[in-house]
Design a protein around this ligand. Sequence first.
Ligand SMILES: Nc1ncnc2c1ncn2[C@@H]1O[C@H](COP(=O)(O)OP(=O)(O)O)[C@@H](O)[C@H]1O
Ligand SMILES: [Mg+2]
Length: 317
Amino acid sequence: MPSSASYRRGKRRFDDDDPSFVKRARHRRSLPPEPGDDSAFGLPEGDRWSTWDQSAPTERGPRPYPPWLVTELAAVDTELGILKTGKEADVFLIRRGVPGTERSCLLAAKRYRAAEHKMFQRDTEYLEGLRVRESRMNRAIANRSAAGRSMIAIQWAGAEFAALGELHREGLPVPYPVQVLGTEVLLEFIGDPDGTAAPRLAETRPDGPELARLWAQLVQALIALARLGYAHGDMSAYNLLVWRGQLYIIDVPQLVDVVANPRGGQFLDRDAANVAGWFARRGLAGVSPDPAALAGLLRAEARLQPVATQPQGYPRR
Ligand SMILES: Nc1ncnc2c1ncn2[C@@H]1O[C@H](COP(=O)(O)OP(=O)(O)O)[C@@H](O)[C@H]1O
Ligand SMILES: [Mg+2]
C-alpha cells in the first residue's frame, strides 16, 4: 500500500455545492446482517460488536486515547442514523457503548463508497498520482472493476485517517480520528450528546463579534496548516463545523502537500479565496477578509513564492 502522502494531490470537487442533507439522527436505521454473517450473533438487529480491536494499532487514533473514547472490547456499536449522504461517502451517527453500563460515546462513521457510478470527482487526477506498486492492484483500479473500486474507497479512507491523525497531533482543530477499518473512518462526533450534529459554517448566521472570532480561529488554523506544508484542498464553509463557538476543519482526504505539488500555491490561493469570500459576504467588519492578503500570508507560511506566476515553490525543509 502506498503511503498516504502519495494521495495528497488535490482536485476541486463540487460535492458541497448542494448544502442540503438528510438528518435522521434520531431515527434508528437497522441494517440487516449479511447472509451467513453471524458475527453479530446475539445482538439486536443493526448492531455490531465494537470494531475497535479489528483495527491495527496504526489504524487507531493518536495516543493517549481520549478518556471519552470507549475502547472496551465488550462495547457494541449501534447505528442511530444518517448525518449526510454524499457522492463519495456517507456519514452515519454511531453510539459505541458498553451494554448494561453508562459508558458510551457518539461517533461519526464516514463510509467511502465503492459504487458503480462515477462518484469520485477526485479520482481522475488522484489516480494519476497514485503510486501503487502492485500491478494487479493498478489494473484493478484502472479498469474500475468491483475490486478496484473498493480499493479506491479504502485508499480514500486511509488517506483521510492519516491526514486527520497528523493534524490532530499538531494541535489543529479537527475531530479526533478514532480508527479506520476498510472503507470506514470513525471520528469523534462533533455535536450534542443527544445526537444533534454541529452545523456547518455555511448553515450558521453568526453575528458581528462571533463572526470575527470565527474568522480569527480560521486564519490561525489555516496558518498552522500552511506551516505544516499543507493546503486543505477543498476548504469552504461546508467543510467547517461550528460547535460551541469552536471551528472544526473536516473532510481532509485530499490534503495537498503544497511543496511537492507543483500547483500547491494555487491550492492555497483557492482555499483562501473560498473562505475569505464567505466571510466578506457575511459582512465581517473591522478586519478585511481579503482573499489575496490571506493567500499571500499562507504562501509565506508555507515558504512558497509569493506570486502565482512562479512555477513552483522551493523545498522548505
Ligand atoms: N465528525 C463529525 N461530527 C459531526 N458531523 C460530521 C462529522 N464529520 C462529518 N459530519 C457531517 O457529515 C457531512 C459530510 O462530511 P464530509 O467529511 O464533509 O464528507 P463529504 O466528502 O461527503 O463532503 C459534514 O458536512 C457534516 O455535516
Ligand atoms: Mg464535505
